[in-house]
Design a protein around this ligand. Structure first.
Ligand SMILES: Cc1cc2nc3c(=O)[nH]c(=O)nc-3n(C[C@H](O)[C@H](O)[C@H](O)COP(=O)(O)OP(=O)(O)OC[C@H]3O[C@@H](n4cnc5c(N)ncnc54)[C@H](O)[C@@H]3O)c2cc1C
Length: 474
């Protein structure tokens, strides 16, 4: 057993809590503005980078096509997209900041050493509104850590912040704790006695609460036990919960979650993007009792897996099955796990632990409706099927078990246009800033646009870092 040796005492001017895109952008920006910066990341080095490791594209406004994107994406179109996606419930002043500053996002990333995907390479889906990270979020995170280190940002892994102290409109202290033995979980190895810091400014960039099972159960009830966390288990929301209890202003709704359909065999945390299931329009979706509950053809757009995530959350046991025949399977998007398959329906039902008669009844009714499908009429199905599909007739038959996969939470801290955390009175806490998922519900309290969250992380990370550095300078 190693002795408990506390990490050397630091005297940072700016403490950045969390090492995903928001924290890294904040640390780099504060350091470039001349501040002494300590970035702490609760994960060990090998798992650094939070949910940002899983991202792949970001949204930005641009007036003309470039090596990264085809066509233009004017600021007012970005604003209109955001308003539509959120039903106009986001903060308009913050949306202006986001959109105006998003223009510089590609250049900022390239200058920080992040590689972006040239669209001419044609390896990723066409997008006029978003650019893709070459090597995905993991490559981006690695490049940003390297840049932060080179700039002289002090980085501590396996170091978590807790117990922020507020006095009036000022943060006066915060505790840091680390395990005695790096790499061994705190509860097994014990923790260092801990230290209290009182930096000039603090940037909170520690994500949401999606990895906190108790918090999810408290707000979403028992059904939360059927959810799978697609992102980091480090997102426990400790500081969010604590600050709200101490008088910070909340935004969003803790019961609202961004869920997508994922393979039910995915790991409980960190499955990432590859666990998504997307072939619903090609087949038949049933619950665990073999019953259809939704129209598989209604949503053909690229966000259909997100709509299915919400639906699966309301299925009994939060489990559903996408059923395909051999032809549907050939057309279905690639999936991480092989489908469960059987030469006939009774054997497939057995494999799924489902009542074979119930499944057969659903299957026969569905196929009869698809065979009778006239071009201009909905088939006589309840629920209906609004788009034509082939009957599922070719053996072998296959199933993907699906659960709701949690991507992020819509509950956070209210901030002003300088990224300062607000008190319930509306007054800002002058030396406490927030960026990324933790404040994203100010802009996006519901709905979603592809590539929005990385942009929020980058834009408000940079802003919070600059403002924190300005605060300690003055
Ligand atoms: C599978 C998946 C795919 C996604 N794809 C995209 C995409 O393509 N485009 C897009 O825009 N968005 C995408 N998102 C969302 C996006 O990745 C995140 O919203 C964004 O990266 C969040 O950045 P962040 O810096 O706020 O948080 P994170 O990247 O989660 O970083 C927070 C960090 O804080 C650390 N931390 C937590 N608590 C503490 C504490 N108390 N003390 C110290 N450190 C702490 C965590 O370890 C973590 O590293 C995806 C998300 C997932 C899960």
């Amino acid at each position: 057993m190693l002795a408990c040796v506390p990490a050397p005492m630091k005297s940072p001017q700016v403490l950045v809590i969390g090492g995903g895109i928001a924290g890294l952008c904040a640390a780099i920006s504060a350091r470039r503005a001349g501040a002494r910066v300590l970035l702490i990341e609760s994960a060990p080095r090998w798992r650094r980078g939070g949910n940002s490791r899983h991202g792949r594209n970001f949204r930005f406004f641009h007036d003309q096509p470039s090596a990264l994107v085809a066509g233009s994406y004017p600021a007012d179109e970005f604003a209109a997209d955001l308003t539509r996606a959120t039903d106009g419930n986001g903060d308009a002043a913050l949306a202006c900041v986001l959109i105006n500053r998003s223009r510089a996002a590609p250049r900022w990333l390239l200058e920080a050493g992040v590689a972006l995907q040239a669209r001419a390479r044609g390896q990723l889906p066409f997008s006029r509104k978003t650019a893709f990270l070459l090597g995905g979020g993991q490559a981006m995170v690695n490049a940003l850590y390297a840049r932060a280190e080179r700039l002289g940002v002090d980085i501590r892994y396996e170091c978590a912040a807790s117990k922020p102290r507020l006095q009036g409109n000022r943060l006066t202290g915060i505790d840091l704790r680390s395990p005695c033995q790096p790499g061994v979980p705190g509860e097994m190895a014990g923790e260092t006695p801990g230290e209290t810091l009182a930096p000039g400014a603090v940037v909170l960039a520690c994500g949401g609460a999606q990895g906190n099972a108790d918090w999810l159960r408290q707000h979403c009830g028992e059904r939360a036990e059927g959810f799978i966390n697609r992102g980091t288990p480090e997102a426990r929301g400790e500081l969010l919960i604590d600050l709200l209890a101490k008088g910070a202003q909340a935004v969003g709704d803790p019961r609202r979650l961004y869920l997508v359909a994922v393979d039910a065999r995915s790991p409980v945390d960190d499955g990432g993007i590859v666990t998504r299931i997307r072939g619903m329009p090609l087949g038949l979706v049933v619950d665990g009792d073999g019953r259809r509950r939704h129209d598989e053809g209604a949503d053909q757009g690229s966000t259909r897996y997100a709509l299915w995530g919400q639906r699966l959350a309301d299925y009994p046991g939060q489990i559903g099955y996408l059923l395909l025949d051999a032809e549907g399977l050939k057309a279905a998007p690639a999936a991480l796990y092989p489908p469960l398959s059987a030469p006939d329906l009774p054997r497939l039902a057995r494999l799924l632990g489902m009542d074979a008669d119930a499944l057969e009844t659903t299957w026969l009714t569905y196929n009869a409706a698809m065979r009778a499908f006239p071009a201009s009429h909905s088939p006589p199905l309840d629920p209906p099927r609004t788009q034509p599909a082939r009957p599922l007739a070719t053996s072998p038959f296959a199933a993907y078990p699906m659960r709701p996969g949690l991507t992020f939470t819509y509950h956070g801290l209210a901030v002003d246009t300088q990224a300062r955390v607000r008190l319930a009175s509306g007054e800002p806490i002058i030396n406490l800033f927030a960026a990324g998922t933790l404040m994203a519900p100010n802009l996006c309290p519901q709905g979603y646009l592809s590539g929005l969250m990385l942009t929020i992380g980058l834009v408000f990370g940079c802003l919070a870092g600059e403002e924190a550095a300005r605060h300690v300078r003055n």
